[in-house]
Design a binder for this molecule. Sequence first.
Ligand SMILES: [Ca+2]
Length: 168
Amino acid sequence: MALLSNLCSLLLVTALVTQAFSAECPEQCYDKAGNLCARSVYLSIFTRDDPNADSTALPYLTIELNGGTETKTVRLYNLPGHNFERAKGDLWEFEVDDFEFSEPCVSTAAITGVTLKPDTSDGDGIYIKDVFTWVRSGAASEMLTADYDINAWLDGDTPESAIDLSKV
Ligand SMILES: [Ca+2]
């Protein structure tokens, strides 16, 4: 069951990452070293099948550059319908501009940390199963992190419950 569920998550995310974009990748998609300059950031979170897995909380996504020269955070927004339903997945899209980095080109090579942080204004925990992040620039996209079966609570009462995501 777990394997099948993981496979479904992977297929969904793969489909999202590889979906055909009609626009040609503009020149500014890449930095001088040939690394993708992220324009959009996507976050997909799957919750576990547990009665308390769901939540009204709005956690935060943090991106660290160059081992900590810059660390910026955005808050997840309310999606249409319910966020964080039990045993379901949600998808958020951010513009890199939302993070307000000092440079307009955020090279994927410069991203050294991606962390999910709990909403400390809402003690309602989220039981996290899988988390994926990826970036896009024009027609090009690249996976940033992939974490399967994390099986951890993102708990607003416990700031230490922040989850460091695994770069791919
Ligand atoms: Ca809950």
